[in-house]
Design a binder for this molecule. Structure first.
Ligand code: GUN
Length: 293
């Protein structure tokens, strides 16, 4: 292996320490950052994510509220719950864990969240602000990747960043962040998606490759340019009966072959994942600070 590993866990820990000081300062001004996480249904991966968010929020000294609702909850009930959180002065950030059950319109739910409490950055107002280069709340995974690049000493300016995946959660905001004309960005960006004919043509040109397709080990070393920086957003559960949990996590990138070619690479787990959670906390602190002003 020649690639250097970008340790997301370690960088997220640094940011958590920095945030602690900010939380203390807010608390001494009488404001406790409040985060509400809403989970509908029993999706096992979502349950794990929500528990992690709750744990870190509490460690940071936040007021943490987790609302767990059954799969059968109606859309009206969920919208009513969000309206109550919008009105709750103790809550500065609201996150509704996705995916939602099919009978609930996720877009409508997102639009119902007060944009000032939209710490996921998914509300159309926040999406528009990011696209216009005036971000308020930036979606947590792409924001975490930008910080990961910065702290790993990688400047995207003038580089070709290739993003695999066009989701609203990762691909599209990632594109918007990387192409902004500002320090720490200013890359040339290509997005590949399920309609792309031969994405190896593009991966071979990437100086920075962001894999966010949600398909295990699709990217292999042979598809990469030597020296590329690989950011693996994939968290795919693979059956593994040798483990107590019955599964292991695999990224969208085949780590072993990619690490032979790349100059730097994020592992799964321990790369992008810890950054996503800490950015949610950072956005919540930001939301709480906006109240003070
Ligand atoms: N599901 C997967 N990633 C995310 C995320 O960043 N936010 C929310 N709300 N749900 C998700």
């Amino acid at each position: 292996m020649s690639a250097k590993i970008i340790d997301g866990k370690q960088i997220a820990n640094q940011i958590r320490e920095e945030l602690k000081a900010e939380v203390e300062e807010l608390k001494s001004a009488g404001i406790t950052p409040g985060l509400a996480v809403v989970l509908v249904g029993e999706d096992p991966a979502s349950q794990v994510y929500v528990r992690r968010k709750e744990k870190i929020a509490l460690e940071l000294g936040f007021y943490s509220l987790t609302l767990r609702y059954p799969q059968t909850m109606t859309q009206e009930e969920l919208l009513a719950s969000i309206h109550r959180l919008n009105e709750d002065a103790k809550i500065h950030g609201i996150l509704v864990q996705l995916p939602l059950p099919d009978h609930i319109d996720a877009n409508l739910v997102i639009e119902t969240i007060d944009p000032k409490k939209d710490v996921d950055g998914f509300h159309p107002k926040n999406v528009g602000a990011l696209m216009l280069g005036k971000p308020i709340f930036v979606p947590c995974t792409p924001a975490g990747i930008m910080l990961l690049l910065q702290r790993a000493g990688i400047d995207p300016a003038g580089k070709h960043a290739v993003i695999l995946g066009r989701s609203n959660i990762v691909g599209k905001p990632m594109m918007n962040l990387l192409m902004q004309k500002q320090k720490g960005a200013n890359a040339t960006v290509t997005i590949c998606h399920t309609g792309t004919k031969d994405f190896t043509v593009y991966t071979k040109q990437a100086d920075i490759l962001i894999a966010a397709m949600g398909k295990a080990a699709v990217v292999i070393g042979d598809m990469l340019k030597p020296g590329v920086v690989v950011i693996d957003v994939g968290v795919n559960r693979m059956d593994d009966l040798s483990r107590k949990s019955g599964y292991r996590l695999a990224g969208d990138v085949d780590f072993t072959s990619a690490a032979e070619v790349a100059s730097m690479i994020t592992p799964v787990p321990g790369g992008v994942g810890p950054m996503t959670i800490i950015m949610l906390m950072k956005n919540t602190v930001r939301a709480a600070k906006r109240v003070r002003r």
